[in-house]
Design a protein around this ligand. Structure first.
Ligand code: PLP
Length: 414
């Protein structure tokens, strides 16, 4: 007889087998890399960067996006850096940044001597919206940096309209949203520039680290190329480097992996959507757990699956509920509270030594307080948790997730 108690209380877990591995890298990537080495050994020339493999990967990326221009870089952080830097925003202007994002999705703002202004999330969301952005706009604002967190698209039409009305640039951070769609259109195509992370944990990768800067503007694509490669005068008739920039280049090896990977991306996206839909269907009869409400007319790509918990119907808090799920063999993350203005570097103004720059610059005439109203964000992070689904989760895994949630609900419902 199975022990029906919760596993956290000593009972048998719903799932005793580990969840399936992603198996993101396979023979296709291995063969692409071996081919590169074979060519290097045969020719005597080391593979470098900016060669045929990068061109092929960038062309495949552009094809996936349905047009535009792509430039491989060496991380998602540097993709954000490049996507912002290409816009040549005036230093000490304000950039509105996402309520939840990876540190690498916001640090480039301050490193470019721009002032990050943290927008709150839309109610019930990890993402911001035009309503939260608008009150932050001043005559010092130069750009809006959007992040489609968890692969859920931001409500872009009102953001685009707002930016147009105020003459602001838009940068989309699509690190977690490869292939996500808003009203049928791929995220990354709404802004002036967009950044993708292609480190190994993302939907598709270029190896251990990597990123892509994407734009639909040819003029901006040249700015991107120059800025991510020390200001080299690409597309210009200039004798030497035209502006200061870092070396954020990708390389042939990463691109060879990326080319094999991007061919797998459509399947990865559709499998994740299928798993998320099966989950939503599975938990529809539960009273305390549901898939987080999605914006209408969006097709998320579920970098993780955001789950809403009705805490007022439970006798335990979210931490306990999630600990119980983990004990049942279901990997979940209780909290995704990555709010830029709560981070020590942001609060302590530690960007350029102890100078307090960029906030302390005499040229900056705005409010220097590190405090922002992120009450919706805090509420959303306390009412949701993340299930780490991926493309190899099928019906059996989803059934186990749902069964564990049902079991925890029955034990903890009030
Ligand atoms: C939203 C977002 N932006 C930026 C980054 C930074 O990307 P990377 O880790 O490739 O530098 C990440 C990484 O997870 C991210 O999730």
């Amino acid at each position: 007889m199975p022990d029906e108690r919760l596993a956290i209380d000593g009972g048998d877990p719903v799932r005793s087998e580990p969840m399936p591995k992603r198996r993101l890298l396979g023979v296709e990537e291995k063969e692409a890399v071996i081919k590169l080495f074979d060519e290097a050994i045969e020719s005597g020339n080391a593979f470098g960067y900016g060669g045929p493999a990068e061109a092929a990967y960038e062309a495949a990326f552009v094809e996936f996006m349905g047009g535009g221009y792509a430039k491989g870089v060496n991380s998602g952080t540097n993709a954000v850096y490049g996507a912002l830097g290409a816009l040549q925003l005036e230093p000490y202007t304000e950039v509105i940044v996402p309520p939840i994002t990876d540190p690498g999705g916001v640090m480039p703002v301050a490193l470019l001597n721009l002032i990050p202004m943290v927008a709150d999330a839309a109610p019930g969301s990890y993402n911001t919206s035009a309503e939260q952005i608008e009150p932050l706009i001043t005559d010092r604002t130069s750009a809006i940096l959007i992040a489609h967190i968890g692969g859920e698209p931001v409500d872009m039409d009102p953001v685009v309209e707002l930016a147009r009305r105020h003459g602001l640039r838009i940068v989309e951070d699509c690190a977690q949203a490869h292939g996500a769609r808003y009203k049928g259109r791929l995220v990354g195509t709404f802004g002036d520039t967009a950044a993708f992370s292609t480190m190994f944990g993302k939907h598709h990768c270029t190896g251990g680290q990597g990123g892509v800067v994407y734009t639909t503007s040819e003029a901006l694509s040249w700015e991107v190329r120059r800025f991510i490669d020390r200001g080299k005068p690409f597309g210009l008739d200039a004798p030497a480097n035209v502006r200061a920039g870092l070396n954020c280049n990708s390389d042939e090896l990463s691109a060879a992996i990326g080319l094999a990977q991007i061919r797998k991306l459509p399947q990865i996206v559709s499998n994740r959507r299928r798993a998320a839909d099966m989950f939503a269907e599975g938990v529809s009869s539960l009273r305390t757990v549901s898939r987080a409400a999605l914006l209408p007319d969006t097709e998320p790509v579920y970098w993780f699956l955001r789950v809403r918990l009705e805490l007022d119907r439970l006798s335990v808090g979210k931490e306990q509920f999630c600990a119980a799920l983990n004990a049942e063999g279901i990997p979940v993350t209780a909290s995704y509270r990555h709010i830029p203005c709560e981070a020590p570097w942001f609060r302590d103004r530690r960007v350029f030594g102890t100078s307090g720059l960029p906030w302390s610059a005499p040229q900056y005439g705005g409010d220097r307080s590190p405090d922002f109203d992120v009450s919706n964000t805090i509420a959303a992070t306390s009412e949701h948790f993340n299930v780490g689904i991926h493309e190899n989760y099928g019906q059996a895994e989803v059934d186990d997730i749902v069964a564990a949630m049902r079991k925890c609900e029955q034990a903890y419902a009030r």
